[in-house]
Each structure stands twice: as structure tokens, then as C-alpha cells.
Ligand binder design. Structure first.
Ligand code: NAD
Length: 255
């Protein structure tokens, strides 16, 4: 549709799942894409899919815990500027509160919460230098505000991201940078596969979330359904929303 023509978007974790779908969707809307991920083969596949569809993209092999500045530099070197950041990189593993090693707890916070901070600060510095405004979207989760078991590390990192979204929104508003979040419910991506089992297909999941109608729409989301919400938040159609985290969960959190 060309709504994002002339924009450059940096998307972390875009080698897979929600990040890849977001990369393809923003490219469809006309944005050039910087695919940043640890995973080189997946990242290259995202770039190939975008270029095959007539879009512009590069892959940067990068870790959100170390390489935030380098991702932004790659965007500027290749495309001349940076207008959109989507903080999507994430990791999920289950761990009981009583057993979880401190280092594993820190790892979740480091990748998702500190990673979101590092990339946002690096991108915002560039956007402020440009003086042309910008958009940041942070992917959190309904786990950031619901009490889900066996994921205190993940849930805490996600809840902290929602507060960071509000803080970034306030400080970056004078620079014309709108900062929002998306809190997905359950999404059909490789992340749902834990120890080789698709969590969404287990009898426990079906019984608890689907049969008891814990998800009113009675199914997980497709990654593309999250990507469309990101596409709205970064589009010129969205001009007066900032500091908000939009829940995209098929009604899960209202039941
Ligand atoms: P995914 O596992 O398919 O993709 C995550 C990507 O992030 C992978 O390509 C991985 O290589 C990358 N990544 C991980 N650590 C990284 C790091 N340190 N630096 C750079 N890249 C890194 O997962 P997904 O389901 O697409 O998840 C995307 C985001 O959505 C995550 O933040 C996740 O927490 C969130 N989310 C997912 C669901 C779900 O049900 N799948 C629900 C709510 C929120």
C-alpha cells in the first residue's frame, strides 16, 4: 500500500516468528528493513523473502545484549537513516520459581528488558540527531500482567518492558518519537515449541485455554496478526497514541 514508503525499520529477532512476519508486513507497506538477529540462516531467509517480493532489506547478525549501536549504524550506512524500531527479540523457557538459577533469570531480563532499553536508546539517539521523529514498538506479552506459572523471569522482564514503553514515550515525545507496545497472547511461532513439544497442542493447553474458552477466539494467533498491529502503530494512520501497550490476544486476558 506504500504507507511506509521512504521509511527505514530496524526489527530485532526478525529471523523467525513474529519478527519475520513484522519484517514482511512493514516491507509490504514500503519500508526498507534491517533484519537483526543472532540466527544467520533464518535472518537471510527473511531478507530473501522481502527481496523476492520486491522490497529492500539487509541482514545484520547481532545480539541485542551487545550490538545495539552496530544495528543502528548498519541501518544508517545502508539506507541513510532510521525511522522505526521494533524491539521483538525474545527467549522463552519454563522454570519453577524455586529452582530457577539466578543466571537464567538474569538472562531473560538481559535479552528482553535490557535489550529493549539498549536498542531503544541507540535508535532514539539516531532519530533525535535526524530530527525527523520516529516510532518504537516494544513486543511484550500478556505474561507481563497476568500471573502465569513457571515463568517469573519471562513475566517480570515483559512487565518491565511495558513500564519502559511509558517512560520512553514521555521522554521522546518532544522529539516527535511515538513509543508503544504490543502484548500478544499465544502466537503460533517456533517459540511455542518447548522441549520439542508444541505447547499449544498439549491436552493441558487445549483444556485450559481453548475448551474452557479462556481464549474467546478459541485459537492462538498467527504471527501476521501481531504484525498488522505493529504496522498500524508505526503508520501515518497512528498519530495520537503513545505510551500505550495494545493487547492482541483473542480476548485471552478478559476471560
Ligand atoms: P521466535 O523464537 O520465533 O523468534 C525470536 C527471535 O529472536 C529468534 O529469531 C531468535 O534468534 C531471536 N533472538 C533471541 N535472542 C536474541 C538476541 N539476544 N539478540 C538478537 N536476536 C535474538 O519467537 P516469537 O514467538 O516470534 O517471539 C517474538 C517476540 O514475541 C518475543 O519477544 C516473545 O517474547 C514475544 N511473544 C511471543 C508469544 C508467542 O506465543 N509466541 C507470545 C507473547 C509474546
Amino acid at each position: 500500500s506504500g504507507m511506509l514508503e521512504g521509511n527505514v525499520a530496524l526489527i530485532t529477532g526478525a529471523a523467525s516468528g513474529i519478527g519475520r512476519a513484522t519484517a514482511l508486513t512493514l516491507a509490504r507497506d514500503g519500508s526498507a528493513i534491517v533484519v537483526a538477529d543472532l540466527n544467520e540462516s533464518g535472518g537471510s531467509a527473511t531478507v530473501d523473502a522481502i527481496t523476492a517480493a520486491g522490497g529492500w532489506a539487509i541482514f545484520v547478525q547481532a545480539d541485542v545484549t551487545r550490538d545495539a549501536e552496530r544495528m543502528v549504524e548498519a541501518a544508517v550506512q545502508t539506507f541513510g537513516h532510521l525511522d522505526i524500531l521494533v524491539n521483538n527479540a525474545g527467549i522463552f523457557y519454563t522454570a519453577d520459581l524455586l529452582d530457577v538459577p539466578f543466571d537464567e533469570w538474569v538472562r531473560a531480563v538481559d535479552v528482553m528488558y535490557f535489550g529493549t532499553f539498549r536498542c531503544s536508546q541507540a535508535a532514539a539517539r539516531q532519530m533525535v540527531r535526524q530530527g525527523t521523529g520516529g516510532r518504537i514498538v516494544n513486543i511484550s506479552s500478556v505474561n507481563g500482567f497476568l500471573g502465569m506459572p513457571q515463568s517469573s523471569h519471562y513475566n517480570s522482564a515483559k512487565g518491565a518492558i511495558d513500564q519502559l514503553t511509558r517512560c520512553l514515550a514521555v521522554e521522546l515525545a518532544p522529539h516527535g518519537i511515538l513509543v508503544n507496545g504490543i502484548a500478544p497472547g499465544f502466537v503460533e511461532t517456533p517459540m511455542a515449541i518447548v522441549n520439542g513439544v508444541n505447547e499449544h497442542e498439549t491436552p493441558e493447553f487445549q483444556e485450559f485455554y481453548v475448551r474452557r474458552r479462556r481464549i474467546p477466539l478459541a485459537r492462538p494467533a498467527l504471527p501476521e496478526e501481531i504484525a498488522e498491529a505493529v504496522a498500524f502503530l508505526v503508520s501515518p494512520r497512528c498519530t495520537y497514541i503513545t505510551g500505550h501497550t495494545l493487547v492482541v490476544d483473542g480476548g485471552l486476558s478478559i476471560t
